[in-house]
Unconditional design. Structure first.
Length: 622
């Protein structure tokens, strides 16, 4: 790395390649190396001369998360380490990895929230499990693959260009959600600029709901619909993509949607997600959701038999991984990366009661000693589960309550009775599990009065934490279709779809009122002394105190402290029109809803899940 003249310039040079410096002075003759230890810490040492490994250690206990704290043994190792073994040129690294040539590059695009997004500035990033699962399968089959997580590495467009140049992939795969779709299109252009022969493939909920639009960007070659493991593997190992099920592609000016791929009901066929391909030390869980650090996300199921109109997972094929495999994976994460907490991101973790009970039994029997949290449905929970989950280390459940108004709950097709919700919260509390409840403002039919009822209900339920969202019509959901068909959709500019902007013009309540109420609800719920007291009691780490202070400023006072990294601005300001350069038509139309896309004909929906849940589906009026 060429030496910069001033101290400020040297610090800036380091920050550009992704390193924070926590020393006032970076010596002019420094040598630099990033060191990854077994638990995945990443910190820098600056040596004033090459032979004495001492003096300046760039390390701050406040820096990233609890895992940054080092044990005595590690400090000892650091001070006795021989520099020549570890010193390397800083410029060889972009983000946390050494990039080398490989056949496939999988990219997680950045999710850049806008300045006025209530969550802007509050850190949270978890590994992209979709890409990790695809990468693991590719590696198992002998394909070389690397993962570039632009979001967590906070990379600039320039750095992404450099990574793509070094990796020189033949295939690039990107996972696309609505909130990241514009950035994904920008990245596809970068890929084609650097490696014109590389094939670019998009997958994920957004791309599969809109293959025609996605392929209107000439830099995207294929869209994979449904699970990507098998389809993408066949693609990158020489099969003709135009002959594969689940693929959408361009044939002249027409988009051809091949028939859907068969849904793989046996998730155990997929290997353990390739956590080793991402910078594990950089991930950080959502505020309020963790008890211990480091924490990481996992899945035990895919799909959900619920029918909620706002949700892409509604009525998608429910599939399970075996409890044994999941527990083994947790032990692996604990032993390899020092993981102390798991956040299950399953749509409805408790939907298969037997598997959850088996999982809890194993966690207890094998004394895994890792805490965890999960999303549940209130009508999918009982005393037996609550007790077993607590005994197995569960400390929090997130319940999607959505509204305090019965009619609204019917409108959004989640008609869970008030007494059932209260009962589940009570059961969790009795067992010693914290509850976090989620609510939506601006749902179909919402009025100011019904939103007030929802806010009052959130307080009445007395859960420890509440999450308030504005109803967002994501493509592939019934809500999107309803809003578009009725002219309620404010925009189809996807960069606006970041959850804290209300994008509907409802006849029942104005857009501005919903936004005002959204901010007011956070203030009202979180400035109550009881909520503050409960949070304060749970504080165990400096990281939690820092998060709470940030949240208070950002969410309650809506005051911005700190600043966003400058490099992030590279990804802002683009619109769909900047990338969609082709005018196409659809040769074969596919269904518009995610559940129609991901629903195998052969599976009997009523045979899924626990008795309680089955009952609730049967009584749900669609
Ligand atoms: C985990 C999760 C998160 C995590 C993301 C962490 C992470 N990096 O994974 C967090 C909490 C940060 C998050 C945030 C948000 N999320 Co989210 N999230 C999920 C959740 C629950 C699971 C995703 C997952 O891991 N699935 C498991 C994998 C294995 O399945 P998969 O993603 O479908 O991937 C398979 C296929 O789609 C395909 N595939 C996917 N990508 C690719 C790429 C290629 C190249 C190929 C070939 C195939 C392929 O193959 C994969 C493997 O089989 C989903 C719901 C769901 N069930 O999917 C919502 C979901 C994806 N999230 C959603 C939303 C709305 C959000 C937020 C906007 C909400 C918010 N809080 O602001 C943000 C946006 C974040 C962003 N980056 O855009 C919506 C997306 C709607 C949409 N149209 O975009 C979903 C679908 C929830 C829902 N049910 O409606 N989310
Ligand atoms: S229960 Fe949850 S995951 Fe399932 S459809 Fe409803 S909101 Fe989506």
């Amino acid at each position: 790395m060429p030496l910069a003249k001033s101290n400020k310039a040297r610090k800036l040079a380091l920050s550009r390649i992704g390193y924070e410096t926590h020393v006032n002075k970076v010596p002019a003759n420094f040598e630099f190396f990033p060191e990854k230890n077994q638990v995945g810490h990443n910190f820098c040492l600056f040596f004033p001369c090459s032979s004495i490994p001492s003096l300046l250690v760039s390390y701050s206990p406040f820096r990233r998360h609890g895992s940054d704290r080092l044990g005595t043994q590690k400090w000892f190792q650091l001070f006795t380490m021989k520099t020549e073994n570890v010193v390397m040129e800083a410029s060889d690294r972009i983000g946390s990895q050494d990039w080398k040539k490989s056949h496939v590059l999988l990219i997680n695009p950045p999710w850049i929230s806008k300045e006025d997004n209530i969550w802007n500035g509050i850190k949270a990033a978890m590994p992209p499990l979709s890409l990790l699962s695809i990468a693991a399968y590719l590696e198992q089959q002998g394909v070389t693959v690397q993962i570039l997580d632009i979001h967590v590495e906070k990379l600039s467009a320039h750095q992404v260009r450099e990574v793509v140049r070094r990796v020189a992939p033949e295939w690039v795969g990107m996972t696309v959600m609505t909130a990241t779709s514009v950035a994904s299109h920008q990245i596809s252009r970068i890929v084609k600029e650097v490696c014109p022969d590389a094939k670019v493939v998009f997958g994920g909920v957004h791309a599969e709901a809109l293959p025609l639009e996605t392929l209107s960007n000439s830099a995207v070659d294929y869209v994979v619909r449904g699970d990507g493991e098998f389809t993408f593997h066949k693609m990158v190992t020489g099969a003709d993509p135009t002959a594969l099920n689940g693929v959408s592609w361009r044939n002249g000016s027409a988009v051809v949607n091949n028939p859907p791929v068969e849904v793989n009901m046996d998730l155990d066929q997929y290997p353990r997600p390739a956590y080793h391909l991402v910078p594990m030390h950089k991930y950080y869980p959502t505020i309020g959701a963790y008890k211990k650090l480091p924490a990481i996300n996992m899945l035990m199921t895919r799909g959900c038999p619920g029918k909620c109109t706002f949700c892409n997972s509604a009525n998608t094929a429910l599939r399970n991984r075996s409890a044994d495999r999941v527990v083994e994976e947790i032990e692996h994460l604990r032993d390899t990366y020092g993981i102390r907490e798991i956040q299950f991101y399953d749509d409805t973790f408790t939907v298969n009661r037997q598997n959850v009970l088996r999982f809890c039994e194993l966690m207890k029997k094998r004394k895994v000693g890792v805490s965890w949290s999960a999303f549940i449905r209130a009508d999918c929970f009982n005393e037996e589960l609550a007790r077993a989950m607590k005994d197995a280390g569960c400390h929090q459940v997130l319940i999607g309550v959505e509204s305090g108004d019965e009619q609204i709950l019917r409108n959004i097709r989640k008609p869970i009775q008030d007494k059932r919700t209260k009962q589940s919260i009570e059961l969790a509390r009795k067992a010693g599990i914290e509850t976090r409840c989620a609510f939506i403002f601006g749902s179909m039919g919402d009025t100011l009065e019904s939103m007030e009822r929802t806010l009052d209900y959130s307080i009445e339920l007395d859960s420890e934490l509440a999450i308030f969202n504005v109803s967002t019509p994501y493509p592939g959901t019934q809500l999107f279709e309803w809003a578009r068909d009725n002219g309620y959709l404010v925009t189809e500019e996807w960069s606006e779809f970041e959850l804290s902007t209300f994008l509907l013009n409802l006849p029942t309540v104005s857009n501005e009122k919903v936004m005002e109420f959204y901010a007011y609800a956070h203030k009202k719920f979180y400035s109550r002394p009881i909520t503050m007291w409960r949070r304060a009691k749970k504080m165990r780490h400096l990281a939690q105190i820092r998060d709470a202070i940030n949240a208070f400023f950002y969410i309650v006072l809506r005051h911005k402290v700190g600043r966003r990294g400058e490099v992030r601005s590279d990804w802002l300001g683009y619109k769909k029109a900047d990338f969609f350069d082709l005018s196409l038509s659809e040769a074969d139309k596919i269904p518009r809803l995610t559940y129609e896309l991901r629903q195998p004909d052969t599976v009997d929906v009523k045979a899924w899940g626990s008795d309680a849940f089955r009952k609730s589906i049967e009584t749900t009026s669609l």
